[in-house]
Each structure stands twice: as structure tokens, then as C-alpha cells.
Design a protein around this ligand. Structure first.
Ligand SMILES: O=C([O-])C(=O)C[C@H](O)[C@@H](O)C(=O)[O-]
Ligand SMILES: [Mg+2]
Length: 428
């Protein structure tokens, strides 16, 4: 078999409708942006990848694309070298959102490599007839558990934020414990999720602790998580965390930075998890020295891809840290990649996050990703096991061109509803 070589790289930005989900930064915009990557090869095989679709990410993907021509899709070290070489000058380092930690040059390179690496793996699988999880060392689980991602939310985006005819979803608002429990009941009934994660940092911690208590009462056996996205001061977190002991499987990013997280860790028996204070290899030594975290949420989109995520898994094992998986709004290509990675990573023991239940649009053909009892079966077809829906891709690209959103900005979206709103970090 001769290895497929890249002959063309196509990066297509798309916009997908997103509900008004509240978080520490504000509220989700009516559209979230993604980029679909197609690596065409001389073997007639096309590898698929998916990345954020904001302007800085697109600029980096497009800067790297010409350097990939002729790349052997099996030569992932060459991929990294080529992307690093392409981004020497003019790299865009603005982060997607403060909710996934600080931005850096290293992280922007890692994001760009990751997007293309997934597409290379998809092409490798299609060339060999193997699934991506098999290329990653073999599946240790054929069904990957995910958690229900619960959000405080409004029923609809504020007036003026959406074009005429923008369809309101049927989830309704959820601004107090009863609404969160109802949301959880619907999600658990539809998907069978076991772990339940509440996105916090929206209301005062006592109110969010009440929502957790209500979830515990309604779901006595479901592991629970709360993620205030670093919107609590150290003092607040030290006061509130002990009250959550016995209720949560972990508390995610109560407060910013490893030094603050370490103070909280000393004040509670709760495991502290993070996708904010440890989001790159450079941040690991500080976390290990301070003892700030005991669970790391991987995310192949910014850790540098599937191989880098497995490297992270090894480091987590060394330090005795648990591993979970973070999610931003994503489509089916990323969901397939997350599922293959989790299937092939033995120590990824916690149910992964996914925004899937909130998405109403996708670029992949239906049928490959099947939910059962809160888990996704690893797709059976070679590569990632998902196929592009070209009609949907064209429609969602048109939506991107028309919607005017070019960067994620939850703060600006919140200001539309409340012009007096100010971002304080941490707020509580
Ligand atoms: O676990 C997390 O921190 C996230 O998933 C960050 C995301 O950006 C989430 O908060 C969101 O989409 O609002
Ligand atoms: Mg988080």
C-alpha cells in the first residue's frame, strides 16, 4: 500500500444555531461557528476534521493549509513540523473563549495541528480499512459514556439578537432548581445519561448549590458535577466547596489559576477538575507542584490532537490524576473524533462532556453516531466512521456567510439583553 498524499486542503466555515445557554462569560450567541476540514489525497480518499470557526482559528488553518500539500497522511510528525513552520510569522493567538483557559502561541499551534491531525487519521483509516480507535491503539470500550450538560438558559434569545424567523427550540427556560431538574429529566429520558454536569458560575454559589441538591434528590444515583468556570473567588470557593462534599463526583474550575485552585483543594475533600488552569503541557508542572487539580479534562481540539491527548493521559496517570473530556459546541466530526479517542484511552474513566443535545444542525449524515444508555457506540466504518452531508455543509456555510458572527462573544450577546451587564472575573 502506498500512503495517500495530500493534494488539496479545503476549510469551510459553518454557523449552527445555538440556544441561549448562560455561563460565566455571558450567554451563547444565536450561532456558533465551526470549520470543516477536508484533506483530499491522491488516493481518492478524503480525510475529515473539525475545528472552531472563529476568525483567528480560520486564519491559522488557512495559513497552514498550503504547507500540507504533498504530506503523507501517516506522517504526523511531518504534519506538526509543517504547521509549526507555517505559523512562524503572523500566527493568531487570540483564544476562542476565556472559558477554556489562557491563550498562547503554543495553544494556537496545537489547535491547528489538531484539526489537521484528525483529518489525517480519518484518511489513514479509510486507506487501511481500520477505525481511528484501532489506529490509536485499539478500543478498550466499544461504547463511550457521555454526561448530560445542563445549563441555566433562557427560553429564547433576546429580541434583536436573531433574524426574523429564527426558530426557538422547545426546551424552555431554566433559571432555578426546578427548571434544571426538568431539563435533566428530559435529557436523561432522551439519551440515558448517567453523569449530570451543571454549568455554573451564573448565579450566586448558594443558588447553584441548591440546584445540585435538587438534582441529587431527583437523581439519587447519578454522579453530579458543577462547573462555575472560575467565577468564584478563592474565599468563596473555600466556603462553598465543603458544602458540596458528598454531592459531587468532582467540582470543576471553582476558581482561576493553579495557585487559587491549590488553596481550594486544601480546603475540601472534593476532587477538583479543570479545563481552565491546565490546558497545555506547559501548565502541568505548576499544577503538579501545587497539587491544584486531581482530574484533567482533555480536549483534543486544543491539546494538539489525538496523539497529544494520549500523551496527556500518560502524564495524568503518572500524577494519579483522573481524566475526563471537555466539550465546546461541536458537530458530528468532532463527536466522532472524541468518541474514538475516549474508546482508545484506558484511563479516561469519567463520562465525557458533549454539547450534542443542544445542537439542531449537523454536517454529517445521520445514522453513524447512535445513542444508547448515555453512551455512543464507536462508529464501525473505517476512519472516523462519519460522512459529510454535502447539502447540509452548503446550507450551514451559507448560514455562516449570512449570520455576520465571526467570533465567539458571550459577553456581547449578554449585553444585548442587559446593557448594564459587566463581566467581573471572578463575579462571586
Ligand atoms: O467545561 C467548560 O468549561 C466548557 O464547556 C466551556 C464552554 O465554553 C461552556 O461553558 C459553554 O459553551 O458555555
Ligand atoms: Mg469546564
Amino acid at each position: 500500500m502506498s500512503s495517500p498524499k495530500v493534494t488539496d486542503v479545503v476549510v469551510t466555515p459553518v454557523a449552527v444555531m445555538d440556544p441561549p445557554l448562560l455561563n460565566a462569560s455571558g450567554v451563547h450567541q444565536p450561532y456558533q461557528l465551526r470549520a470543516v476540514i477536508e484533506l483530499h489525497t491522491d488516493a481518492g480518499i478524503t480525510g475529515l476534521g473539525e475545528a472552531y470557526g472563529d476568525d483567528p482559528t480560520l486564519a491559522n488553518l488557512r495559513a497552514a493549509a498550503p504547507f500540507l500539500l504533498g504530506l503523507d497522511v501517516f506522517d504526523l510528525n511531518a504534519l506538526t513540523r509543517r504547521v509549526e513552520g507555517a505559523l512562524v510569522d503572523g500566527i493568531r493567538t487570540e483564544g476562542l473563549t476565556e472559558l477554556i483557559g489562557v491563550s498562547s502561541r503554543e495553544k494556537s499551534v496545537a489547535q491547528t495541528v489538531a484539526a489537521f491531525e484528525v483529518a489525517c487519521y480519518d484518511a489513514q483509516g479509510k486507506a487501511t480499512g481500520l477505525r481511528v480507535c484501532d489506529l490509536l491503539g485499539g478500543a478498550v470500550r466499544e461504547a463511550v459514556p457521555y454526561s448530560a450538560y445542563l445549563f441555566y438558559r433562557w427560553a429564547a434569545h433576546p429580541e434583536g439578537a436573531v433574524p426574523t424567523g429564527y426558530p426557538v427550540d422547545d426546551w424552555g427556560g431554566a433559571l432555578e432548581p426546578g427548571g434544571i431538574v426538568a431539563q435533566a429529566r428530559r435529557m436523561v429520558a432522551a439519551y440515558g445519561f448517567r453523569s449530570l454536569k451543571l454549568k455554573g458560575g451564573v448565579f450566586p454559589p448558594e443558588a447553584e448549590a441548591e440546584a445540585i441538591a435538587a438534582l441529587r434528590e431527583a437523581f439519587p444515583d447519578h454522579p453530579l458535577r458543577l462547573d462555575p468556570n472560575a467565577n468564584w473567588s478563592v474565599a468563596t470557593a473555600v466556603r462553598v466547596a465543603p458544602r458540596l462534599e458528598g454531592l459531587l463526583e468532582y467540582l470543576e474550575d471553582p476558581t482561576p489559576g493553579n495557585p487559587g485552585m491549590a488553596q481550594v483543594a486544601r480546603a475540601t475533600s472534593l476532587p477538583l477538575a479543570t479545563n481552565m488552569s491546565v490546558t497545555s503541557f506547559a501548565e502541568i508542572p505548576e499544577a503538579a507542584a501545587l497539587g491544584s487539580v486531581s482530574v484533567v479534562l482533555s480536549d483534543h481540539h486544543y491539546w494538539g490532537g489525538l496523539r497529544a491527548s494520549q500523551r496527556l493521559a500518560g502524564i495524568c496517570e503518572t500524577f494519579g490524576w483522573g481524566m475526563s473530556m471537555h466539550s465546546n459546541t461541536h458537530l458530528g466530526i468532532s463527536l466522532a473524533a472524541m468518541t474514538h479517542l475516549a474508546a482508545a484511552t484506558p484511563s479516561l474513566g469519567y463520562a465525557c462532556d458533549t454539547h450534542s443535545p443542544w445542537q439542531r444542525e449537523d454536517v454529517v449524515q445521520p445514522g453513524a453516531l447512535v445513542w444508547s444508555q448515555g453512551s455512543l457506540a464507536v462508529p464501525a466504518a473505517p476512519g472516523l466512521g462519519v460522512e459529510l452531508d454535502r447539502g447540509a455543509l452548503a446550507r450551514l456555510h451559507r448560514q455562516y456567510l449570512d449570520c455576520g458572527v465571526r467570533r465567539r462573544d458571550d459577553h456581547a450577546a449578554m449585553l444585548l439583553a442587559d446593557p448594564s451587564w459587566t463581566r467581573q472575573a471572578p463575579r462571586f
